[in-house]
Write a protein that binds this ligand. Structure first.
Ligand SMILES: [Zn+2]
Length: 785
């Protein structure tokens, strides 16, 4: 037994040794040092679906799923029940024997996988919410009543935690479709207790609810050529991957509720009063100010009463990847028209009175602003409306055309500046998700940065256009410094799935947004960046891009090689810390004898004067022998050592004669040369942005692209020539590169220059023996004569 286990041990070690062949690993290490090697291993091989340019290829395909459903909210027991017909269009070249659906509500089942695998700890103090969740006996999760085909025959299905496989009676062939029906219900969670993306908010006053409903129906997972079925379990952080389709949704709620939802309201005459319809028409013409469709007084009156009647609101949406709605009798409702490009869309807000005065002033106007700015940088917002719902105390969550946002003032109507900016910011952000990932339809479960990062970046641009004083949460490079100089073992690269990433907020949101700002402001420039970014958005709107499609498009459309940047910023955890190690000041030693001699003496004296023993001797030796005894003096004590000799004059003349006119000009140019040494301490390379301050008070900025690091990752030198004399150099003066250590970014230049001589450039052609032998022969012949 023992021997056997040793043998197994050896086998393991042997295999390990083979896998870690030193030649291979050395080679890999050596390769890893160069940040500029191309991203071939890291990105998938381009193909006819996704091309090397980053654009969708000629064989690109994607699935489509239509939903036709009826749902009802029972306010008494806070329960949602529904029935849906799903029509699945198989546009893939493959036959499918089963379909995978997502059951997101199952995250709230007792002993659900997400619940079991979430780690926890006790600290002092603990907060109530944590224990509330621990004590909770909430019966969450989808209760599936049936899954049937169109003729009412049961279909077999298997629930795997938050996913469900529905087995098809016959394979679904390419270019064909399949319809089936599901009936379900679930208990709606209390958002204040469970902190979910959706749920209800309960108001003790008058015992009222605001329902913010999402992930409320069994819905199809994405099937594509990259993943097959994307059915990674829903663990909480990784959001959603969803196919596009058409939705028809009938929502039955108490008849005194106001409902806002994805899509267009198809039966306003049955759901709205004639007053409300008139006001809505007015809003459609009002491009400057919001129009109240339900006023605060009306909402306050409405929430005091109660009815047993029900009403069904019908919404339809084309080409959306999801559907969400909000319903309450507490809602105030305002709207305005937003004109942009050749279109007008309706921006609307639904909020209860606790949101005022902030919400009536800012919510719809912030939407209108974001619609215009996002459209400018990507494509015209294609949906007919955009809605902001007050449904939380903070934060937000996004769905097509509708977002649940948080931020309420104090009861007396006062609020902090921070709350104001964070509310406007969150409304812009959650609306912005319409572009990423609702229309540029990315896989959020795997790549949170593709929607959160791109969106946070555009949020920053929108906030800049809203108010110059906008309190920025993330976007600028400098906001990343604290995170990026942190402990590396707690850090993941941006290219990490959100359920694994230990700091999704820093990576997917802030670091990505800061990286895009660095590209735009420092590496590519605004014009090239904006062109390429827009190209990406245009290429992939209403499609499903992957990370490589973004990386490739940004390079392909701009002509800038960015592999080093993706490698360092997206695939790595290295931070930026570039230091100025040294600045050496030089002037030309023209060889002019007086100058040459002065330089020589000065160098000699300066060395002698600096030597510690000599410095001490000046004090300690009262008088030298020569000073005591004049008879020891000779020629060299009296002679002016700086005096130029005829021999030196002659040599200099010869040197000048050997030079061309152009070379003489260079010799007399009077330039100052500064050799600057930079070292890369952090590991991530960056362009060198240098601010030079001169002794005459003038300033100059030079920008050196990051490719200066292409041969070496740790140290590089560069020479700058100026007529003016330099006083100080500052690296990254505008805080563009997220350099985490500012103290090593400044250098004050030495007081005296050093000198260098200039010699003619000599080509090394090797010894010309032919010529030498000819000379020798000539000499010999002469001698013979
Ligand atoms: Zn977001």
């Amino acid at each position: 037994m023992f021997k056997k286990s040793i043998w197994i041990g050896f086998t393991f070690i042997f295999l390990f040794a083979v896998l870690n062949n030193p030649v291979v690993s050395e080679h890999v290490e050596e390769q890893q040092e160069n940040q500029f090697r191309q991203l071939y291993q890291e990105l998938p091989t381009p193909n006819q679906y996704r091309m090397a340019s980053g654009a969708p290829g000629p064989m690109y395909w994607q699935q489509r799923v239509d939903y036709d459903m009826s749902v009802e909210i029972n306010e008494e027991n806070q329960r949602l029940s529904g029935e849906e017909t799903i029509t699945y269009f198989n546009n893939s070249p493959n036959s499918l024997s089963y379909l995978w659906l997502q059951l997101d509500q199952n995250i709230r089942e007792k002993d659900s996988l997400p619940e079991m695998v979430s780690s926890g700890r006790i600290s002092d103090p603990m907060n109530f919410m944590y224990l509330q969740r621990l004590h909770s006996d909430f019966d969450g999760g989808f209760k599936i009543e049936y899954v049937r085909d169109e003729n009412g025959n049961d279909l077999s299905y298997k629930i795997v935690s938050t996913m469900m496989r529905v087995d098809l009676p016959v394979d679904l062939k390419p270019e064909s479709k399949y319809s089936f029906r599901i009936k379900w219900w679930y208990n709606i969670n209390d958002r204040q207790k469970t902190h979910g993306r959706s749920g209800f908010i309960y108001y003790e006053e008058n015992e009222n609810y605001v329902f913010a409903i999402a992930q409320f129906f069994p819905r199809l997972a994405v099937y594509n050529e990259m993943e097959g079925w994307q059915h990674k379990q829903f663990l909480g952080n990784g959001e959603f991957a969803l196919p596009f389709g058409h939705y028809k949704v009938r929502i039955t709620v108490p008849s005194d509720h106001i409902v806002g939802a994805t899509g267009t309201l198809k039966n306003p005459e049955k759901t709205l009063t004639s007053d409300q319809r008139i006001r809505l028409d007015q809003a459609e013409d009002s491009t400057r100010d919001t129009v109240l469709i339900v006023t605060e007084e009306e909402a306050v009156q409405n929430e005091k009463e109660r009815t047993q009647d029900k009403k069904t609101w019908i919404f339809e949406a084309e080409n959306v990847r999801d559907f969400a709605f909000a319903s309450s009798r507490k809602f105030i409702w305002d709207a305005m028209a937003v004109e942009f490009g050749k279109r007008t869309v309706l921006a609307m807000s639904y909020y209860d009175k606790s949101g005022n005065p902030l919400w009536e002033k800012y919510s719809t106007k912030a939407l209108a602003h974001a619609i215009r700015v996002y459209s400018k940088f990507t494509f015209e917002y294609p949906y007919p409306k955009a809605i902001s719902i007050l449904a939380a105390s903070g934060g937000g969550m996004e769905y097509p055309m509708i977002a649940f946002n948080g931020g309420i003032p104090e009861a007396d109507g006062t609020y902090s500046e921070r709350l104001k900016y964070s509310l406007i910011g969150v409304i812009i952000h959650e609306f912005g998700h319409n572009f990423f990932p609702m229309i540029v339809n990315t896989d959020e479960r795997q790549w949170a940065w593709m929607d959160e990062g791109l969106n946070t970046f555009l949020e920053y641009l929108s906030e800049q256009e809203w108010d110059r004083e906008f309190a920025q949460r993330s976007g600028p490079a400098y906001t990343m410094v604290r995170y990026m100089k942190g402990e590396k073992k707690y850090m993941s690269p941006i290219m990490t799935a959100p359920d694994i990433d230990m700091s999704v907020g820093s990576n997917a949101y802030s670091k990505t947004a800061a990286g895009l700002n660095i590209l735009r402001e420092t590496i590519m420039g605004r014009e090239l960046f904006d062109y390429a970014f827009k190209e990406f958005a245009q290429r992939w709107k209403f499609k499903h891009p992957m990370p490589a499609d973004f990386f490739r498009t940004m390079e392909d459309a701009s002509g800038i090689d960015l592999d080093w940047f993706w490698r360092g910023w997206f695939f790595g955890t290295g931070h930026v810390d570039i230091a100025i190690d040294d600045v050496k000041w030089y002037k030309i030693n023209t060889g002019e004898p007086e100058l040459a001699k002065a330089i020589e003496r000065q160098e000699e004296n300066s060395l002698r004067d600096k030597y510690i023993s000599n410095i001490r001797n000046k004090k300690d030796i009262e008088k030298t022998a020569v000073e005591k005894d004049q008879s020891l003096l000779d020629f060299y004590d009296k002679y002016d050592l700086l005096k130029v000799t005829p021999q030196e004059e002659k040599q200099y003349k010869k040197y000048l004669e050997s030079l061309t006119e152009e070379e003489k000009k260079i010799l007399d140019s009077g330039y100052n040369y500064y050799e600057v040494t930079f070292s890369n301490i952090g590991g991530m390379v960056m362009p060198l942005i240098l601010q030079f301050e001169f002794k005459d008070g003038s300033e100059e900025v030079r920008r050196i692209p990051a490719e200066i690091w292409r041969h070496t990752n740790d140290q590089v030198k560069k020479v700058f020539a100026f007529k003016r004399e330099l006083k100080k150099v500052t690296l990254d003066p505008f805080l563009e590169t997220a350099d985490v250590e500012k103290r090593n970014n400044k250098w004050t230049v030495q007081e005296q220059p050093d000198y260098f001589k200039l010699q003619k450039f000599q080509r090394r052609n090797g010894k010309n023996l032919m010529q030498e032998f000819k000379e020798m022969e000539k000499q010999e012949k002469k001698e013979k004569k």
